[in-house]
Ligand binder design. Sequence first.
Ligand SMILES: Cc1cc2nc3c(=O)[nH]c(=O)nc-3n(C[C@H](O)[C@H](O)[C@H](O)COP(=O)(O)OP(=O)(O)OC[C@H]3O[C@@H](n4cnc5c(N)ncnc54)[C@H](O)[C@@H]3O)c2cc1C
Length: 380
Amino acid sequence: MSFNFPYFRPPAGAEELRAEVREFIAKERAEGRWRRQGDFAIHYDPDFSRRLGERGWIGMTWPKAYGGGERSMLERLVVTEELLAANAPVAAHWIADRQSGPLLLRFGNEEQRRKYLPGVAAGEIFFSIGMSEPDSGSDLASVRTRGVKVDGGWLITGRKVWTTFAHRNHYAITLVRTGERQESRHSGLTQFIVDLKNTEGLTIRPIINMAGTHEFNELTFDEAFVPDDAIVGAPGNGWTQVTSELAYERSGPERYLSSIRLGEALVAAAGKTPEPRVQEAIGRLAARLCALRGMSLAVAAMLANGETPNLEAALIKDLGNAYERELIEIARNLQPVLPAIDTEFDEALAECTIYSPSWMLRGGTREILRGLVARGLGLR
Ligand SMILES: Cc1cc2nc3c(=O)[nH]c(=O)nc-3n(C[C@H](O)[C@H](O)[C@H](O)COP(=O)(O)OP(=O)(O)OC[C@H]3O[C@@H](n4cnc5c(N)ncnc54)[C@H](O)[C@@H]3O)c2cc1C
């Protein structure tokens, strides 16, 4: 097995589209609609999502019949890059656009696609991911939340944790054990669309993160009734479906642009004539960033071809995590920092320092990703 990162050529019109997104962002900023802060997963602004939806920049690649734009995956990437580079408040629609929508397109039925996708594309319906449990994070196949068949639906009992923005989003695609493990521990899992606003027996409680803010939640299901038509795909096929989401989750530019604000602040603080050691350090960081971008573009091209580049995606996430962690250390070593937040550099550094530990965990921990890569290379 070897990795495949084919050279990517930008689509026609990509630069015009990039200019259009930059102009939109500049106008938003000039009007004071939001300020640059936080990484993609925490800056939640439904009004901004709606404005993006009006522009056709959510669900860009989906069929027009479901509210999409029938544009290419690579055009979508141009928009994503610009939004992330500006630290735009994309958190509300992020999961739905990146992951839940493509999942429903691939495995959902016609009724589900028509029910949810137009609202997602309009920036009005938002999704969460209900995978992790108190004793089941990296080893997702061990989920214990259980669904029992009853007339017209299922009674779900169990607990999910770290469910980002479940207190604000509308639905969570939730992984549940509905059958016994048979020959494979991956069998018997099913994905349900759980209505987060109207499900009796579901309690959503906050989990405050180390930055002192509320993005995570704990979901407790106590015989919560979920109708049959909430099942995504075939009952028991949850494992195949959930793993197909992971290439979308792991390979995007969010895996190396969460810290872009700090990178830019570092360059600005270095000034026009930085000393050689500063030049060298920034040059090395820039080269790594370019390589990561090339790899991420290649994965986008493979996804556009209908491939499932899970291994390449795992590698990008791991290398992206390494880059972002080292950027923080390098920035701190290169610039004198006092315990105060007076400048753009100070604020960006503080923000990245507080949030970056979570970047290494979300979407799969570095140990797990490395295990996947090693297995792919035939090393274990
Ligand atoms: C910011 C953030 C947002 C998140 N949002 C969501 C969300 O919306 N929905 C959701 O479902 N989940 C979410 N998660 C949860 C995330 O997916 C899990 O934290 C992650 O999968 C790790 O699981 P865990 O925390 O249970 O750690 P564990 O699986 O218990 O791992 C603990 C440690 O052991 C190591 N480890 C575990 N197994 C192995 C192994 N086989 N070999 C080597 N080392 C191993 C891990 O690398 C890690 O260092 C989020 C997490 C974060 C940080």
